[in-house]
Design a protein around this ligand. Structure first.
Ligand code: ATP
Ligand code: MG
Length: 251
């Protein structure tokens, strides 16, 4: 098993309040790891810490490390811009920019100074294809992205993230705001891209984790209770807490 991210004794605090408590596990490369656990257990805080989205809170602090490419992404000598090129993120609510479909996909490339029309065109096509959206939008790439359906907007956000060729894609409940059919399309996209990209997805939906996850991490009150292969967690978890959660003893 190739390891992509090594989480070592990660604790996170907002002010005096401890949100994550000594989390340690290794996220396998080129597979899907789902993070599950009750509301408020720290799932979003965890993924947002990985790509340094919590830096903007003055009262954020941490202990421990997240090793990626041999370096600690939380240390100040890991440049955030470099990190975000390698670790992309997709959120719960689709958040396209109020721009054309084309401009949404190439946004990151343009920021990084790519101007070559041919490269931009090719990236738009390949990224939209990977996100299973190309055929539906190829004749209207100049249309405003807001005119797409919610599910299409979310796939556009995935295409936008893929355009910069990340090594890791973080997704925080990416399908909780869209319907079952659109959810299925996104799950198929994730399974396909996980052959090349490491996927870390937060989900409230155990069925979704069962459908797509190779590995599952169960969080409870800021702690990692259990991390294992998905079948193991779902069928024979080691911890009673995990079992209670999966059998619906608490939300
Ligand atoms: N910027 C912040 N400042 C202070 N507390 C925060 C901040 N962000 C999150 N928290 C707290 O951290 C805890 C964990 O929140 P988080 O959003 O990570 O949970 P979650 O597992 O993603 O929940 P949900 O399933 O409802 O999305 C909560 O108690 C929350 O209030
Ligand atoms: Mg959350």
């Amino acid at each position: 098993m190739d390891v992509d991210l090594k989480i070592e004794n990660l604790s996170v605090y907002f002010g005096q309040k401890q949100i994550l408590d000594s989390i340690s596990f290794e996220i396998p490369a080129r597979s899907i790891t789902a993070i599950i656990g009750p509301s408020g257990c720290g799932k979003s805080t965890f993924v947002r810490t990985i790509n340094r989205m919590n830096d903007r809170f003055d009262d954020f602090s941490h202990k421990g490390s997240i090793i990626f490419d041999g370096k600690d992404v939380l240390s100040n000598d890991y440049p955030v811009e470099e990190l975000r090129k390698k670790i992309g993120m997709v959120f719960q609510k689709p958040n396209p920019f109020p721009k054309s479909i084309y401009e949404n996909v190439v946004f990151g490339l343009k920021i990084h100074g790519v101007k070559d029309r041919k490269i931009l065109d090719e990236t738009v096509k390949s990224s939209l294809e990977s996100a299973s959206l190309y055929d539906q939008v190829k004749d209207r790439l100049s249309m405003n992205a807001y005119k797409l359906s919610g599910g299409q907007q979310q796939r556009l956000c995935i295409a936008r993230a893929l355009a910069i060729k990340p090594e890791i894609l973080l997704l925080d409940e990416p399908t909780s705001a869209i319907d079952p059919l659109a959810t299925k399309q996104i799950e198929e996209v994730l399974e396909q891209i996980s052959k090349e990209i490491t996927i870390l997805i937060v989900t409230h939906n155990i069925q979704q984790a069962a459908r797509i996850a190779d590995y599952i991490a169960f969080f409870y009150m800021g702690k990692l209770v259990e991390f294992s292969k998905a079948e193991k967690i779902l069928n024979a978890p080691n911890e009673k807490l995990t079992d209670d959660y999966l059998t619906g003893m608490y939300g």
